[in-house]
Design a protein around this ligand. Structure first.
Ligand SMILES: Nc1ncnc2c1ncn2[C@@H]1O[C@H](COP(=O)(O)OP(=O)(O)O)[C@@H](O)[C@H]1O
Ligand SMILES: [Mg+2]
Length: 264
C-alpha cells in the first residue's frame, strides 16, 4: 500500500534515574502520497520525537510505521529532512551541496550537473551555484536545503521548523516556495512549525499535539494550501474563515501552555 501508515506508535524515554517520559502515546494516522501535513503543539509534546521516528533515527517503543508498504527501520534516502538551519555542508559550494546526494548515488558528473542546475532554477538560485554557503542569507540557505533534499528524490520530506530562523517577510515568501515545490513534485510533506498561521497555510491536514503524554489532540482538514498555490497568500491569511480557525487553534495551544506552566 502506498503512503504513510502509523499505528499504535508510542515512545517512552527512560532517564538515567529511572524516570520514564511518555513522549508519544498511541499515535495513529495515515497520509496518502502527495499529501502535506503540518504539526503544531507546545514545546515537549513529542513533535521532534515523531519526526525522528519517521526519519528512522529512533525506533518507537511500541507500534508500527509503514511507508509504501514496508516498515521504517532506519535512515534511508527515501526520506529527506530539512532542518531549521545549520545542516548544510559549510565547506562545499551551493552546487556541491545540492549535488551531494546524487553524486553519492553514483550518478555521472554530467547528470549531477544537470540535476543541480534544474533544482537551483526551481528554488530561484540559478546564479548562486558557485557561492559558498556562508555568503548566502538565511532564506537563501534554506532554499539550498530544500533543493538538496529534493535532489535526492525522496518519497517523504520531513521538515522540523524549516522557516523558524527567518524574518517575517522572507518566511512568507518561503511558505509560497514550499507550496510550489509540493505542487511541482507531488511529494508527501510533513512540516513541524511553531507558527499557527504557517501551519494553517501549509497543511492540507493539521494535527495539534498535546503533551504529557505526547499525543494528537485535534485534527483539521484545511483548504488553504491548495488555494495558496493560486491566490494571494496575504488575502487568504486575512479572510474570516482563516482567522476563525487560527484563533481556535491559538487558544487551544495557549490553554495547554497555561496548564504546563501550572504544573511546574
Ligand atoms: N533523548 C531523550 N531522553 C529523554 N527524554 C527526552 C528525549 N528526547 C525528548 N525527551 C522528552 O520527550 C518529550 C517530547 O520531546 P520532543 O519530542 O523534543 O518534543 P517537541 O519537539 O514537541 O518539543 C519531552 O518531555 C522531552 O523532554
Ligand atoms: Mg522539537
Amino acid at each position: 500500500m502506498q503512503g504513510l501508515n502509523i499505528s499504535g506508535v508510542s515512545m517512552v524515554y527512560e532517564l538515567p534515574n529511572g524516570v520514564k517520559v511518555e513522549a508519544l502515546s498511541d499515535v495513529n494516522f495515515s497520509l496518502e502520497p502527495g499529501a502535506v501535513l503540518s504539526v503544531l503543539g507546545p514545546s515537549g509534546c513529542g513533535k521532534t520525537t515523531l519526526l525522528n521516528i519517521l526519519a528512522g533515527f529512533l525506533a518507537p517503543t511500541q507500534g508500527e510505521v509503514i511507508l509504501n508498504g514496508h516498515p521504517i527501520e532506519g535512515p534511508d534516502a527515501e526520506r529527506g529532512m530539512v532542518f531549521q538551519q545549520g545542516a548544510l555542508f559549510e565547506w562545499l559550494t551551493v552546487s556541491e551541496n545540492v549535488g551531494f546526494g546524487p553524486a553519492m548515488k553514483g550518478m555521472s558528473k554530467k547528470e549531477v550537473k544537470e540535476k543541480v542546475e534544474s533544482w537551483l532554477v526551481t528554488v530561484g538560485l540559478q546564479d548562486f551555484g558557485d557561492k559558498a554557503v556562508y555568503e548566502l542569507s538565511g532564506g537563501m540557505q534554506q532554499r539550498v536545503a530544500l533543493a538538496r533534499c529534493l535532489a535526492n528524490d525522496p518519497d517523504l520530506i520531513l521538515m522540523d521548523e524549516p522557516l523558524g530562523a527567518l524574518d517575517a517577510l522572507t518566511r512568507e515568501k518561503m511558505q509560497s516556495l514550499i507550496l510550489k515545490l509540493w505542487k511541482e513534485t507531488g511529494k508527501t510533506i510533513i512540516v513541524i512549525t511553531h507558527s499557527v498561521e504557517e501551519a494553517l497555510f501549509l497543511g492540507q491536514k493539521l494535527f495539534v499535539m498535546a503533551p504529557r503524554p505526547g499525543r494528537i489532540e485535534k485534527r483539521y482538514n484545511l483548504p488553504f494550501a491548495e488555494r495558496g498555490l493560486v491566490e494571494d497568500p496575504r488575502s487568504i491569511k486575512t479572510e474570516p474563515e482563516f482567522i476563525e480557525v487560527r484563533e481556535e487553534v491559538l487558544s487551544m495551544i495557549w490553554g495547554m501552555e497555561e496548564q504546563i506552566m501550572g504544573q511546574l
